[in-house]
Design a protein around this ligand. Structure first.
Ligand code: SF4
Ligand code: SF4
Length: 465
């Protein structure tokens, strides 16, 4: 139906295979924990965590330093043992500034008492969901949505299938690829645990065909496991987008504004599944993650890094930046965010750090020539050139009518545009404006309703008087 692709649109970034080839053979290396970590209290979608430590407190690895701020939230844990030096604002790669706990490492490497479970099959769904919640696990492919919420279906919702995202379609990134090669058994074990938590009998692990060794490793690990299959997928960006992956595997289309659960599916990234297995089997909270460091660094690699490690130290571990670097990104070249401050910490969603040269220079935009390439590339079947036109003219409502809020910011339209239009940046900005306006309208409505209630109460009192 969609040519070579298993979903609408899609592109083939030329940097993809070369960028990945550099790092896919580099085994995961444990990075030495730094002398000081800065751990943001908001590394996830939803309410920020609330600090439960203060300056001068001694903490150990895995201790909760920030409690979840609500149902859609996640706790945050100490990633080194040592002393809390301060709680201060911290800049994130997203450009947001959030409170963070700064800990000076005492290098005692002391952990909280862990509660491992060697028989997860004896646990109830609720017990498994609680372990995942308390471990602070969020979507580690970069989405950072709290995983416990995903695996706790709302009443009335039925889940039929679990899909595991091993596509890793962003150029340069190889962290998931290495995890699938080195931890295939634990990932399959994690899949089994999540199936138990969700009460589903079918799971599919989707992997792009440019990782045949990972397909083999995962297929072997899953052999003999009832209900778990591995599916090779055509190489196409953004194959790892949640909606694109669901369509490629099930032919079910998540409705606009809807969620995977609306078509009976839950999608989790392989890194998230590995973290769940560690949380359940080892009792280990999320204190580290595997991150790819690629592009123009002297020794690119895949590193297991403690959350809160400054990116500058991670780059030092990789032999430093080369002299021709023009831009450093958090994430891959298609969806990554440019960072200007290398003291920004590695967070739960940091799938990669990428240093780019000349190719990162932003070319001058030309006028739109109405070639339609952006529309053909869009995996969400949107009209990027029209949405962009409206946003540039501040006609945000018109861009909303065209579906800009369904844009997944994949960058495919920008990538193919011959006029070098900054389409994705335009949509990010437009979405922010629309969200702000929606919030302001909701606040206004609330205030008016409160005012009305007050007036009614006052009128009632007068009558009684
Ligand atoms: S790809 Fe670029 S030039 Fe072509 S229609 Fe889209 S915005 Fe215009
Ligand atoms: S960034 Fe948005 S508009 Fe552009 S291709 Fe991706 S989903 Fe479509």
């Amino acid at each position: 139906m969609f040519g070579k692709h298993l979903f609408p649109g899609g592109v083939h970034p030329k940097e993809r295979e070369n960028g990945k080839a550099v790092n896919s053979g580099n085994p995961i290396v444990d990075m030495t924990p730094p002398a000081r970590v800065t751990i943001p209290l908001s590394q996830h979608i939803g309410a920020p965590a609330k600090a439960v430590v203060k300056k001068g407190d001694r903490v150990v690895i895995g201790q909760v330093i920030g409690e979840a701020g609500g149902f859609v939230s996640a706790p945050v844990h100490a990633t080194v043992s040592g002393t809390v030096d301060e709680i201060r604002p911290c800049l994130l790669a997203s450009g947001l500034t959030v409170p963070a706990v700064v800990i000076d490492n005492d290098f005692q490497d002391e952990w909280i008492k862990l509660t491992p479970c060697s028989h997860p099959e004896t646990l109830t769904a609720k017990e498994l969901q609680d372990i995942v919640r308390n471990a602070g696990i969020v979507g580690m492919g970069g989405a950072t949505f709290p995983t416990s919420v995903k695996i706790t279906p709302a009443p009335g919702k039925t889940i039929e299938k679990l899909i595991i995202n091993g596509a890793e379609c962003e150029p340069y990134l190889t962290a998931d690829h290495r995890l699938m090669l080195e931890q295939s058994g634990r990932i399959v074990d994690g899949v089994h645990i999540i199936m138990q938590a969700l009460g589903v009998s079918e799971a599919v692990i989707g992997i792009e065909n440019n990782k045949p060794d990972a397909i083999d490793a995962m297929t072997e690990a899953a052999s003999g496991m009832d209900g778990i299959t591995v599916k090779g997928l055509p190489v196409s960006y953004p194959q790892g987008g949640e909606k694109q992956l669901i369509y490629a595997i099930t032919k079910r289309m998540v409705p606009n504004g809807g969620l995977p659960i609306d078509v009976g599916v839950v999608v989790l990234n392989v890194g998230t599944v590995f973290a769940i297995d560690e949380a359940v089997r080892d009792g280990k909270p999320l204190v580290d993650r595997v991150t790819t460091v690629g592009g123009l660094v002297n020794n690119p690699g895949n590193y297991r890094v403690r959350i809160g490690t400054p990116i500058s130290l991670l780059l030092d571990t990789c032999g430093g930046l080369r002299s021709d670097v023009r831009k450093v990104l958090s994430g891959g070249p298609m969806m990554g965010m440019a960072i200007n401050d290398l003291e920004i910490p590695v967070t739960k969603g940091s799938s990669g750090i990428l240093a780019l040269g000349e190719e990162a220079a932003e070319p001058a935009e030309g006028p739109c020539i109405r070639c339609g390439r952006c529309q053909r590339a869009c995996p969400m079947m949107l009209s990027p050139y029209l949405m962009d036109l409206y946003i540039r003219n501040e006609q945000f409502e018109s861009s909303e009518k065209l579906g800009v809020m369904n844009c997944i910011e994949c960058g495919a339209c920008t990538y193919v545009c011959p006029a070098k239009r900054m389409l994705t940046q335009s949509f990010k900005m437009g979405k922010r404006v629309i969200q702000t306006r929606r919030k302001e309208a909701a606040d206004r409505e609330k205030a008016q309703a409160a005012e009305l209630e007050k007036e009614k109460a006052a009128a009632g009192l007068k009558k009684e008087g």
